[in-house]
Design a protein around this ligand. Structure first.
Ligand SMILES: Cc1cc2nc3c(=O)[nH]c(=O)nc-3n(C[C@H](O)[C@H](O)[C@H](O)COP(=O)(O)O)c2cc1C
Length: 181
């Protein structure tokens, strides 16, 4: 049985998905493709389901998508600056191709933000002038990535003593274990 802290983690992550400025809104996503070179970047948490599946949006042509196709095991790092809580999460990433959900999410994105997914050249391509980036008039490279966590490590810093808890999945259940911080 996961403990009370586990429920708090879940609620906090859910809040972050819905709220701008929440400390867990942006997290570091680490991928490892066949090049065996860990690649880290920030992404925005867009949704957290009741069974803790975490969603972010990206461009289909980005390196992280290539990495996920090569190796779907990813790591996530969150830090709550006020509560001094670090979350280290490991999970399996998959690209959500459900056309209904893709369309629904696309419609929720503002016109300016859509530009992130409609550049003519792929993200990361070299350009001579940042003023001349061209955008598609039709179509897009928007995609949704869903991460299904199987391990969460919680670390709370405290002057009187830190707390570290490991949560891992056993079948459909989460099990917790205290660790030396
Ligand atoms: C605060 C912040 C939020 C970001 N959010 C996203 C995001 O939600 N999705 C995304 O693909 N890139 C996001 N980025 C850009 C990525 O950090 C990264 O530069 C880009 O996605 C290319 O990564 P890749 O080449 O490793 O795929 C964000 C960057 C910052 C600084």
């Amino acid at each position: 049985m996961p403990n009370k802290t586990f429920e708090k983690i879940k609620q906090e992550l859910k809040k972050a998905a819905d709220k701008k400025g929440h400390y867990f809104k942006y997290f570091t996503l680490a991928t490892l493709g066949v090049d065996k070179f860990a690649r880290l970047r920030l992404v925005a948490l867009r949704n957290v389901s009741d069974d803790l599946k975490m969603t972010f949006f990206t461009d289909k042509r980005s390196k992280k998508i290539l990495h996920i196709k090569e190796n779907n095991r990813v790591s996530l790092l969150f830090y709550h600056h006020k509560k001094l809580v670090q979350l280290r999460i490991e999970g399996i990433a998959r690209i959500n191709n459900d056309q209904y959900q893709v369309q629904k999410s696309w419609e929720q994105i503002g016109v300016e933000a859509r530009k992130d997914y409609i550049t003519k050249e792929a993200p990361g391509s070299a350009i001579t002038d940042p003023e001349t980036i061209e955008y598609l008039k039709e179509g897009d490279y928007f995609s949704i990535v869903e991460i299904d966590p199987f391990r969460i490590e919680y670390l709370k810093l405290n002057k009187k003593g830190h707390t570290k808890i490991k949560y891992y999945k056993k079948g459909d259940d989460w099990v917790n274990e205290y660790l030396v911080p």
